[in-house]
Write a protein that binds this ligand. Sequence first.
Ligand SMILES: *Cc1c(COP(=O)(O)O)cnc(C)c1O
Length: 388
Amino acid sequence: MAISRKTVRPHALATLAIHGGDGPHVAGDPVVPPLVQSVNYVQEPGGDDNIMYTRYGNTPNAERIQKRIALLEGAEAALMLSSGMGATACGLLALLRPGDHLLASQFIYGGTRRLFLEEFTQMGIDVTLVDPFEPRAWRRRLRKETRAIFIESPVNPTCRVLDMRGVSLLTKELGIALVVDSTFASPVNFRPLEHGADVVIHSATKFLNGHHDILGGIVCGTVPYIDEVKQKEIVWGQTPDPFACWLLERGLKTLDVRVKRQNESAMAIATWAEERKEVRRCYYPGLASHPDHEVAVDQLDGFGGMVAFELAGGGKAADRFARKLKLARYAASLGGVDTLVSEPRHSSHARLTPDERTHIGIPDGFIRLSVGLEDVGDIIADLEQALR
Ligand SMILES: *Cc1c(COP(=O)(O)O)cnc(C)c1O
């Protein structure tokens, strides 16, 4: 079972994001590591040990990025996969067998929900979705077959923040794995292993890479667990291309400044939005009005680059608003340098009915904003002209 052991960081996060895992300086070495765009590597004739092959996740660009991200999360090991979904699928298939039971938060990414309810159940892995904000939510749904608890925090798109204390005590007590999708936070704002998680998952497509130009996923945990995940990655073919690893390494170098700037701009935008008469409600964990503000202050190092608000005019007003934007673009995905706007009812939550969406806190008129690195005054001016 994957039980986390804390590792000591040799440097602060901003430094690790640039240098983590680097070897000694050697004259003549390039400052920027080369992209080794090769699938195959010459071997010793006759030997079959240690074959380097891109799908095995053991080639130079993959190994560099894996070492670096493990250091950022404070994990023993990390694996980069070809997408966030690949990471979630392989990360959980390494923990669960047919007959096992998974408890998962009901506030999870739409693709993850489908994976659990449509694919895992077909494989004989039973999944129960739980409202994590109910008292004793997890304990009440436990079975003797429960092998893991899966949560996402902060939650897409309502920015709810789950308190890690109760759930991590429970998983420790039972000796089962606590798996956290930490995509929305990035290690700059939250490091789940420091709060009792055993496994951390990221869609590296979002904040970790930050430039809207690669698809990638990350799983972090102990060495034996990551070896298991790697076996899944290899046979299910979820390994990234070297170029994606190389681009992620480049994106990571600016992770700390990007996320801190996104935190600042998002706070300014949320404060502005909360005062607008066209906005019924603004959702940002940095606001005192947010239901999880205190948990967020306690647990997070930053409130994140995601802001949401509900327009008083409902779905029609939201569509109109989105069409009027000039700088912010209407597009799915998040976490990059460009400000993106989306309406969950047309994207991540399109498969739910309006009632189901309202029930989970996403009424029609709900706008999700992924705050980019543009000047915050320009972003607000754009939102303001679209609101009018
Ligand atoms: C985008 C996302 C995923 C899926 O990641 P992909 O890289 O698109 O496969 C999983 N979880 C969260 C929270 C996400 O935002």
